[in-house]
Design a protein around this ligand. Structure first.
Ligand code: HEM
Length: 246
């Protein structure tokens, strides 16, 4: 049965609120990272406004914003890794990362028109999710050690490196951005293909947390107890703070 034939009758929780916050937070922050790297004038304007209000003593400049927003991306990344290890069922890597056999079987089912919605990431989607999380990590990780051509702007951990090694990290940082750019384009294309070819709306569940399923579909528990979220946030803040202040 395809999703077009299915009669959706009840709502099923797919994503907990922290996965959704992580996702849309990441989308927003990556757009900001790109904009600060491109040197859009809005950041100078924001600087001027914040100095005028007395919130900061001096303007941070585009790169100052880039470094600080990068720390927020790092915080989200640490949190997502914690949540992938100890979090809600659909967020756990051990639950959604499948072996090549399952990935191939799922891909075949798509080509044969036997698409069945997954509760959480599909075996194929899991590959793109893992790739995105790894490349976002590489992007921030290389940024931490980057030194610019004048040696004036640099990542918080570049003080441990020689100038030439920092320059090498700068090149990796650019290469990894290109990889991220390609992955994001493929990711959005895949979401559009699900929407228009398989008639499956994946975006609504990423916004609301729930999707419609047929009666009798297996129940799935997606829990995010506050103590676990708080622990994950504390771990992520602690690690990010360590990187920023070391
Ligand atoms: C900067 C751009 C983006 C990045 C880096 C990104 C990254 C990710 C990541 C890491 C996940 C896995 C979520 C998790 O398990 O924690 C994901 C899932 C998802 N993303 Fe994005 N995303 C981006 C843009 C978008 C956009 C623009 C859309 C909507 C058009 C979108 C729709 C989705 C959906 C629907 C899922 C869930 C897929 C599924 O059901 O398995 N993403 N994304």
């Amino acid at each position: 049965m395809t999703s077009a034939d299915a009669v959706p009758v009840r709502s099923q929780k797919v994503w907990d609120w922290t996965v959704r916050t992580f996702h849309w937070g990441l989308v927003f922050l990556i757009a900001c990272m790109w904009s600060t790297a491109e040197g859009h004038g809005i950041w100078e304007t924001l600087d001027g406004f914040m100095v005028e209000q007395g919130w900061i003593a001096y303007g941070w400049g585009e790169m100052g914003w880039h470094r600080r927003i990068g720390m927020l991306v790092l915080f989200l990344w640490f949190y997502r890794v914690y949540w992938g290890l100890f979090g809600a069922s659909t967020a756990k890597f051990s639950n959604f990362v499948k072996g090549p056999g399952k990935v191939i079987a799922y891909a075949k089912s798509l080509t044969k028109g036997n698409y069945k919605p997954s509760t959480g990431h599909s075996p194929l989607g899991a590959l793109s999710v893992v790739a995105l999380i790894l490349v976002v990590g590489t992007q921030v990780g290389t940024g931490l050690f980057t030194i610019d051509v004048n040696g004036l702007e640099s990542g918080p951990l570049s003080k441990f490196l020689e100038f030439d090694t920092g320059r090498l990290f700068s090149e990796f940082h650019e290469m990894s951005f290109r990889a991220l750019y390609i992955l994001i384009a493929l990711h959005v294309l895949a979401v559009l293909a699900y929407q228009f070819v398989l008639k499956a709306n994946l975006v609504r569940p990423m916004l609301t947390g729930s999707r419609k399923v047929e009666e009798g579909a297996p129940e799935k528990t997606v829990r995010a107890p506050l103590w676990n979220v708080a622990l994950g946030v504390a771990v992520a803040i602690g690690l990010t703070w360590l990187v920023w202040t070391i």
